[in-house]
Design a protein around this ligand. Structure first.
Ligand SMILES: N[C@@H](CCC[C@H](N)C(=O)O)C(=O)O
Length: 260
């Protein structure tokens, strides 16, 4: 079967996107895994289907590059909104459904996509690390000094992700360094089982932890290896956040067909 696909990226977090509004496409775990493979397929951190759902502009169905359907992907959601617009779904505010519930999104004049994330009602902390869910589960570890650039994120992230506490369900692991204006985040992603250039739900979690340490901010600028993002929010309690928006670029890379 010939499959038409579109490749998008959001700060270097890259995705294969397939238009499934006719509901004809069903992919196996092996097929998604192969389509995301950087040598035997197209190559991507994840794959998304643009599907239909009554009451919404569209439904987002997200798979990690290991081929398994997973929880929310922030950068993926932003890319899917851009794709929907390129497919002729034009709205001033997009309203779509994903695995973690409904989302709103807006494409700004500078072409950045602002995506509303689910509310966060608390976080667990022990020693200097934090665990919270921003649509996907995240472990956030602040790193001191200027050590983050040099860190072996793949190895350090893997040891936390496969520790007894997290091995079964898995977790995404973020290392965060405070900058004079914002934070620098590097993420080991569950389901990719490697560092990615950026992770939207991870950047969101890290920004909220940063806000948790300092009440004075409602917008955090975020540097990732793949580019710049920002997270805006309203802090409603000690560890409670609402009106959380993940903001950043989302770009079309190429289109093609592949035999599956
Ligand atoms: N890249 C994503 C996160 C995708 C889901 C994650 N790998 C998981 O399985 O939890 C993002 O931008 O949020």
């Amino acid at each position: 079967m010939e499959l038409t696909f579109y490749k998008y990226q959001g700060t270097g977090n890259d995705f294969v996107i397939i238009d499934n509004r006719n509901n004809e496409i069903t992919l196996t775990t092996e097929q998604v895994h192969k389509l995301c493979d950087r040598r035997f397929g197209i190559g991507a951190d994840g794959l998304m289907l643009l599907s239909t759902k009554e009451g919404y502009d569209f439904e987002m169905v997200y798979y990690n590059s290991d081929g398994r359907e997973s929880s929310m992907c922030g950068n993926g959601g932003r890319c899917l909104v851009k794709f929907a617009s390129h497919m002729g779904i034009n709205k001033s505010t997009y309203h779509f459904i994903a695995t973690d519930g409904p989302h709103d999104a807006v494409i700004k004049d500078n072409q950045w996509v602002h995506l509303k994330m689910k509310d966060v009602n608390g976080m667990q902390h022990s020693f200097s690390s934090y665990v919270l869910n921003t649509g996907s589960p995240h472990y956030v570890k602040p790193v001191g000094g200027n050590d983050l650039e040099e860190m072996d994120v793949r190895e350090e992230g893997k040891s936390i992700r496969y520790s007894d506490r997290f091995a079964k369900e898995g977790i995404n692991v973020n290392f965060v360094e405070e900058l004079p204006k914002g934070i620098f985040v590097r993420t080991y992603e569950r389901g990719v089982e490697d560092e990615t250039l950026s992770c939207g739900t991870g950047v969101t979690a890290s920004a909220l932890v940063f806000a948790h340490n300092d009440n004075g901010f409602n917008r955090v600028e975020v540097k990732t290896l793949g580019g710049h993002l920002a997270v805006e929010f309203t802090k409603t309690g000690e560890e409670k956040f609402e009106d959380i928006w993940l903001c950043g670029p989302a770009e079309f890379v190429f289109k093609g067909t592949i035999h599956i």
